[in-house]
Ligand binder design. Structure first.
Ligand code: SAH
Length: 472
């Protein structure tokens, strides 16, 4: 046994005796980036769901580690003026939303504050201009894609959402951040499974057929796609299901079977079979059309995507003569958005399928000044730079882990006039802006955009300029 482990164990036990299973009254002093409340009991950090800063609450401690505890809310003793009744009856159980107990204007403030605090604490950036979060005029039914897990609980078929931190499925409620068609199609598929004896996938045994139901909607076209993810290659009675769904929803343009026979948490398999219509639906962002197949990545809030990309275009300040790099370009959405105002756009993305979609999308929209390359941005860009290919403006839209330092370093050497950073994670954003700020770039403006109302997520777009080129 490791030396000293007994002592650590003893200390932990003492702490457990001190907190676990007891109820405490505490004041909530802040919120995490995920929207969890933070307070302290005798200096020990406690996280609590569904509370707000400024509230006094009673909690029962349900979990404790060496450095923090988790409390379950028993009673709000003194509520915040920003508290509202959640609109969803299963808000507290469901893993989907985090801040439905907060007014929408307060959510927008909270998201701005997360960005300001991250820039200050992680980025050491004190006086950055952070604008108010752009919210939605109607923050409901905004998602264009939903993936319902299917399971069997107490002999009943459940199609719905996972409970928070569990794989129990809640299917009682209608979800008001999805379009109403998704909720209704879910009900029709459940009825079909019940009356046709369709077996349901069991993730513990790996047996059973239906795993997930995905519904996608083109918000501008109203086109619907239904994808039935199965652990097999055939869905018995599929003809009747197609007839029922398309009879009720003439906007369904595509019904697909997706085959996923792997015992994994990944929702979609690689193979698709078209049961009805086409293998894709179309939608528009701005004036650009995109064909979306079951496996395509497409931003889930199309209304706010247009706002976000509009801001990216504004920050790029293009005159028509620029070479632009769109790094982490996905299916080329930002590239197309920028193409009209740039001389040429080079998009780089690591997923080959996404690049194929990007090329197809450029063709679909008769855009001829874009070029797409497969690879990691941190490998491709240093190579392009070594070949003398440079950008006047660089847009980056990395995943949550942010940009690789090799990429940032190449941008520092390349000295583009502007960098437009689109970020879904304020922490890694702050880290990367710190790096760039210390090496000649200046953060001009930060615009948070609310892409995911009622959740803790915040997206931002940032304009940076290269200081050396600024006064020229
Ligand atoms: N700009 C796109 C996609 C943004 S999501 C849009 O708005 O739709 C981030 C993308 O980065 C994903 O498509 C992911 O596949 C890609 N990616 C992740 N790591 C990468 C890397 N090292 N280099 C290039 N692309 C990467």
């Amino acid at each position: 046994m490791r030396k000293g482990s007994g002592i650590t164990g003893m200390k932990r036990d003492t702490q457990k005796a001190f907190l676990k299973d007891k109820t405490y009254r505490l004041e909530i002093t802040g919120l995490t980036q995920e929207g969890q409340g933070v307070g302290k009991i005798d200096g020990f950090v406690v996280f609590v769901d569904t509370v707000l800063p400024g509230e006094t609450v009673t909690v029962k401690i349900v979990r404790q580690t060496k450095s923090y505890a988790v409390g379950r809310l028993i009673k709000v003793e003194k509520p915040s003026p920003h508290r509202v009744e959640p609109f969803c009856p299963v808000f507290e159980q469901c893993g989907g939303c985090a801040v439905q107990h907060m007014t929408y204007p307060a959510q927008l403030e909270f998201k701005k504050d997360i960005v300001v605090q991250s820039l200050r604490r992680i980025g050491g950036l004190e006086n950055v201009k952070v604008l108010d979060t752009i919210g939605m005029s109607s923050p409901y039914k905004y998602r264009n894609k939903v993936q319902y897990p299917v399971g069997r609980q107490d002999k009943e078929i459940k199609i719905g959402f996972y409970e928070s931190r569990s794989h129990n499925i809640i299917d009682s409620a209608q979800c008001d951040i999805q379009p109403s068609e998704s909720n209704e199609i879910r009900g029709l598929v459940r009825d079909f499974c019940n009356s046709n004896g369709i077996s349901i996938y069991d993730e513990t045994t790996g047996k059973g057929l239906l795993r997930h139901v995905m519904v996608r909607k083109g918000f501008k076209t109203n086109e619907l796609m239904v994808v039935l993810v199965i652990n097999g290659s055939k869905l018995p009675g599929d003809g009747a299901l197609v007839e029922m769904l398309t009879g009720k929803y003439p906007d369904i343009k595509s019904i697909m079977l997706n085959l996923n026979t792997k015992n994994t948490n990944i929702i979609l398999g690689d193979r698709n079979i078209c049961l009805f219509g086409q293998a894709f639906i179309s939608d528009y962002i701005g004036k650009y059309r995109f064909d979306i197949s079951p496996l395509s990545f497409f931003q889930v809030n199309p209304v706010q995507t247009e706002v976000l990309y509009g801001k990216a275009l504004e920050y790029a300040q293009l005159s028509g003569s620029e070479t632009v790099f769109d790094l982490y370009c996905g299916i080329g959405t930002i590239s197309l958005f920028l193409s009209e105002k740039a001389k040429r756009v080079i998009g780089v993305e690591v997923v080959p399928d996404a690049i194929r979609d990007a090329q197809k999308n450029a063709g679909l929209n008769n855009v001829t000044n874009t070029q797409f390359m497969v690879g990691e941005a941190e490998k491709v860009i240093p190579q392009l730079y070594a070949q003398g290919i440079r950008a006047d403006v660089v847009v980056v839209d990395p995943p949550r882990k942010g940009c690789d330092e090799v990429l940032l370093n190449t941008l520092v050497e390349m000295q583009p006039s502007r960098i437009v950073y689109v970020s879904c994670n304020p922490s890694t954003l702050a880290r990367d802006l710190k790096y760039l700020s210390e090496k000649g770039f200046e953060v001009k403006e930060v615009q948070p955009v609310d892409m995911f109302p009622w959740t803790g997520h915040v997206e931002c777009v940032i304009m940076m300029t290269y200081c050396g080129s600024e006064d020229k």
